[in-house]
Structure formats: structure tokens, C-alpha cells
Design a binder for this molecule. Structure first.
Ligand SMILES: NC(=O)c1ccc[n+]([C@@H]2O[C@H](COP(=O)([O-])OP(=O)(O)OC[C@H]3O[C@@H](n4cnc5c(N)ncnc54)[C@H](O)[C@@H]3O)[C@@H](O)[C@H]2O)c1
Length: 252
């Protein structure tokens, strides 16, 4: 990890169950790994069964993996029930799964539009609606969503992604208001990390993107995890409905 302080952060989630979507690789894998290291039971959801298996096959009995498409609300509800039967609770949910189908709006097909909305916004909805009743029963809980700079400022070629990520911000604030009285907080991070999603960006555009980061680099996925763990911690109990940029200063 290149963030000099990040390795010194220590969280204790022993006895808690953390559900992470899109945890087969990238930021989601980094998030799930930190919670696992911090003692949690971790349920990793991803539609890529092969990558899920190769990333988590040796992880031991505090990890359960679930090959599921997060945009399928019924399948997600069944997985959440399975997770609660496995570990007894779901204390933290991290809505991280995502895709891109980039092109300018006049070339964007309805399928490109719908697929991106379904995964980001539909998946965040599907998981949140399924976990809230369990958290409400426990009188506490944490939902952490993953949005993007693009969801606040827009980006050429990403009308679908920007709409989905902007929607996640509105969803975060609304659900934060709805569930605050149950002891549940709902927040979001806005990341910037070197992952497969970023590797898909053309080299010249990527160089320009890197140059625009005040801290001068893309982060490692693991550096996103510390911010998520903070928002999921007991110490963050008075923080709800915020978007925390974890982006090297891009949002300034
Ligand atoms: N990497 C960045 O700099 C950056 C910046 C802003 C936002 N984000 C967001 O962070 C999140 C993680 O991105 P990443 O860079 O790690 O991408 P990634 O492509 O490396 O990982 C995304 C994961 O989500 C999974 N996934 C996709 N569709 C799914 C579905 N329908 N159901 C279940 N799983 C599904 C993929 O299989 C993959 O494992 C995304 O929401 C992305 O939009 C990333």
C-alpha cells in the first residue's frame, strides 16, 4: 500500500457481519479484506463467480461468497437471508458493485443506459431494502454506498454512470433520513483508485486524469477501505447522509 499512514489504521469488527457487493476484485475486494482482517464475518457478493472463487477460496470460515447479480432484488434478498442464517446478523452493508458502459448520450443505447442504472442504483436499492429490516431489529447498522466524482460533476461519455452515481447520492441522503431513528447511518464514499475500471480508460485520458489529482496518483483499492471502515465504525455514529471524497483531492 502506498498510503503511508493507512497501514497503521486498526479497526475491530469482531462479532459483526459485513456484506460487500462487487467484492471479487478492485475496491470491493480491498474493502472486504480490511473488514476480514478487522475480525468481521464477511459476505462477499459478486456476479463474477470465477473471480470470486479465485480471490476468496482460501479465506477461511469467516468469509462466505455469493455469486449473484445485485440488480436482481429477489436474489439479493435471498442472499441476505442466507447471510443472516450463516452468521446471525448483518451489521454493515457496502454497496460497491459497479460497471461502466461509456459513450456519449447520442450513441448510448437504451441497453447501455439501463444496465448501468440497474447495477449501481438498482443494486444499491436491492441490498439496502433487504438489510434494513435486520439492522432495524438490532437497533443499529451501517450502510456505506460507493458513488463517484462523476455523480456530482458529470463526465463526457458517462451520462448513464453519472445519473446512477448522482442517484446514489440522493438515495443515500433519503434513506439516511428514513432510518436514523433506528440507529442506522447511511453514508457514501467517492473514490479514486487504480482498478480494472480505471485500466479501461484510454492512456492519454488516464494521464490527464492522474495529472488532475492534487496528491498526484491514483490510490490502491485498500486505501478506500479505511474510509469505509471509519464510516462503519461505532466512532462514526454521529455521521449520516454524507459523501466522503477519498480521492486525493480531486473534489476540491
Ligand atoms: N476505481 C475508481 O477510481 C472509482 C472511482 C469512482 C467510483 N468507483 C466505483 O467504485 C466501485 C468499485 O469499482 P472498481 O474500480 O473496484 O471496479 P472493478 O470493475 O474492479 O470491480 C467492480 C466489481 O463489481 C462486480 N459487479 C459488476 N456488476 C455486478 C453485478 N450486477 N452484481 C454483482 N457484482 C457486480 C464486478 O464483477 C467486479 O468484481 C464501483 O461502484 C465504481 O463505480 C470507482
Amino acid at each position: 500500500m502506498s498510503g503511508q499512514q493507512a497501514g497503521n489504521v486498526r479497526f475491530d469488527f469482531t462479532g459483526q457481519t459485513v456484506l460487500v457487493t462487487g467484492g471479487a476484485q478492485g475496491i470491493g475486494r480491498g474493502i472486504a479484506a480490511l473488514f476480514h482482517e478487522a475480525g468481521a464475518h464477511v459476505a462477499v457478493l459478486d456476479r463474477d463467480a470465477a473471480q470470486l472463487a479465485s480471490s476468496w477460496s482460501d479465506a477461511g470460515d469467516r468469509v462466505s461468497t455469493h455469486a449473484v447479480d445485485v440488480s436482481d432484488a429477489e436474489a439479493v434478498a435471498a442472499v441476505v437471508d442466507e447471510v443472516v442464517r450463516w452468521s446471525g446478523s448483518v451489521d454493515v452493508a457496502v454497496n460497491n458493485a459497479g460497471i461502466t458502459r461509456d459513450t456519449v448520450v447520442w450513441k448510448m443505447t437504451p441497453a447501455d443506459w439501463q444496465a448501468v442504472l440497474d447495477v449501481h442504483l438498482g443494486g444499491t436499492f436491492a441490498v439496502t431494502r433487504a438489510v434494513v429490516p435486520h439492522m432495524r431489529g438490532a437497533g443499529r447498522g451501517r450502510v456505506v454506498n460507493v458513488t463517484s466524482y462523476t455523480g456530482m460533476h458529470g463526465n463526457v461519455g458517462q451520462a448513464n454512470y453519472a445519473a446512477a452515481k448522482g442517484g446514489i447520492i440522493a438515495f443515500t441522503k433519503t434513506v439516511a433520513k428514513e432510518v436514523a431513528r433506528f440507529g442506522i447511518t447511511v453514508n457514501a464514499i467517492s473514490p479514486n483508485a487504480a482498478t480494472a475500471m480505471v485500466a479501461a480508460v484510454p492512456a492519454d485520458k488516464l494521464a490527464a486524469m492522474t495529472a488532475s489529482v492534487p496528491l498526484g496518483r491514483f490510490a490502491e483499492p485498500e486505501e478506500m477501505a479505511a474510509a469505509v471502515a471509519f464510516l462503519a465504525s461505532a466512532e462514526a455514529g454521529y455521521i449520516t447522509g454524507v459523501v466522503l471524497p477519498v480521492d486525493g483531492g480531486i473534489a476540491m
